[in-house]
Structure formats: structure tokens, C-alpha cells
Design a protein. Structure first.
Length: 239
């Protein structure tokens, strides 16, 4: 693998170029040569039928963590669902805002608007892997959603629970900085969810993709409480 670069993960040229053009190829590559193809074309297209199964389950105001080019953020707007995307990539935020969505260039582990008041958080397209520690990520998301709030997450089809160092690789010699990532299947997500104070309430598949819904807190009658949605900002910060 090439030596470390100064560019932060997800801001490296291969990822930025892919988002700007809307095309791959693009991969996550481990040091041992294993690669995971990234579906850039789908990310940059409109929300598909599988995405709509997620959108239909959203409640209250929605925080899309790792929103990428923003297809879910922009798809929620016509449904009248307040939504904010966050992403560490300025190119992703720019594309989201250019498509009419609200987005901030920020990590999920940084201070965010509406903490503790979001009705739904999204971790789609493998974003349960953010930070390389699913349990820590779930704990953080638990502090972002309201009592009774939910998390909708996409999981790996296989029963896998791994933490690795990866780089963004365009398959043509362009490689980004190494960063921690995780891959999690449904059984592992259930284990991490219980440890972080979540309850798995639903699992479904659509177009070969696998999803789970987690609920954070219930009231004494076992009925989810209804959070008051925060008002997402209308401008984006790109630095």
C-alpha cells in the first residue's frame, strides 16, 4: 500500500472525484488486498425501492449520518419530513446541498444540532462501520435521538463482525489515507445494540440489501414516545 497521505479519510482525491463525476470504480481496500466495491452510481442516483423502505419507516425529524451525496436527504423533502445530512466529505455535503438538501460537513462525534431530539437516525450504505467501533457509534447515536427515537441501519448480509483499517482506492493507483472501519451483520448488530441500550424491533430485506430498526427507549407501557422534531438548519457549513 502507498504511504500515509496528509489528506483526511473521505476527503482524498479518489472519493472526491467519484462524487463529482457520479461514477466509480471505487473500493475500500484492506492492507491484505481484500476489497469492498463501493456503489457510487447508486449513491449518486435517486433513492431506489430499497431506500424507500427505509424512508417509509422514518419518524419525526431525521438525521442521516454519513449522508454521502444526499439521495436520502433530498428524497425526504417531498414527504414533508425534516431531514439533516452530515458527512465528513466537503464534496458529499456540496452535492447534497446542490440537490436541495440540508447538510453539514461534520463528524457524528462532533457537536450537532438538535442533540437528544432527533426522531430517526440513519446509518445506511454500510455507515454502521463509521469509526471502526459499532458499539461506540451506537452509544453516540443514542445520545442524538429523542426518548423513543429510532435508528434505521443497513447491515451486511453475512454473519460478520470485524474491525479493519481500510483505504479508499479507485483501482487505478489513487489511494486515500488509512482509517478504521467495521463490517457488521444482523446478529452482531443485535449484540452491540443491547450493550449500547438499543432494542432491535424489526429486520427486513429489499433488493438484496439488509436492514434493521432499533428503538432507543420506551415508556412504562412499552409504547414508543413521540419526540418533538428539531428544526434542521437551512445552510451548510463546509469547513
Amino acid at each position: 500500500m502507498p504511504s500515509e497521505q496528509a489528506t483526511p479519510p473521505w476527503r482524498a482525491d479518489p472519493y472526491t472525484r467519484a462524487l463529482r463525476t457520479g461514477r466509480g470504480p471505487l473500493f475500500l481496500r484492506r492492507a491484505d488486498g481484500w476489497t469492498l466495491p463501493l456503489d457510487v452510481e447508486r449513491w449518486c442516483a435517486e433513492a431506489d425501492a430499497a431506500d424507500r423502505t427505509v424512508l417509509s419507516r422514518c419518524q419525526g425529524a431525521v438525521l442521516d449520518i454519513g449522508c454521502g451525496p444526499g439521495r436520502l436527504v433530498t428524497a425526504l423533502a417531498p414527504l414533508g419530513r425534516p431531514c439533516l445530512g452530515i458527512d465528513v466529505s466537503p464534496a458529499a455535503v456540496a452535492r447534497t446541498v446542490g440537490g436541495g438538501g440540508a447538510a453539514l460537513c461534520r463528524s457524528v462525534f462532533e457537536p450537532l444540532p438538535g442533540e437528544g431530539r432527533w426522531g430517526t437516525a440513519l446509518l445506511i450504505d454500510g455507515n454502521i462501520g463509521i469509526g471502526g467501533d459499532p458499539r461506540a457509534l451506537l452509544a453516540r447515536v443514542g445520545r442524538l435521538v429523542a426518548p423513543g427515537g429510532q435508528l434505521l441501519a443497513e447491515v451486511v448480509a453475512a454473519d460478520v463482525d470485524e474491525r479493519v483499517l481500510v483505504r479508499v482506492d479507485d483501482g487505478r493507483g489513487g489511494v486515500g489515507t488509512a482509517f478504521p472501519w467495521a463490517r457488521v451483520g444482523a446478529p452482531a448488530l443485535r449484540r452491540h445494540a443491547r450493550a449500547a441500550g438499543w432494542t432491535a424491533v424489526e429486520r427486513w430485506t429489499a433488493l438484496g440489501r439488509h436492514f434493521m430498526a432499533l428503538r432507543r427507549v420506551r415508556n412504562g407501557d412499552g409504547v414508543p414516545t413521540v419526540p418533538t422534531p428539531p428544526a434542521p438548519p437551512t445552510t451548510a457549513r463546509t469547513g
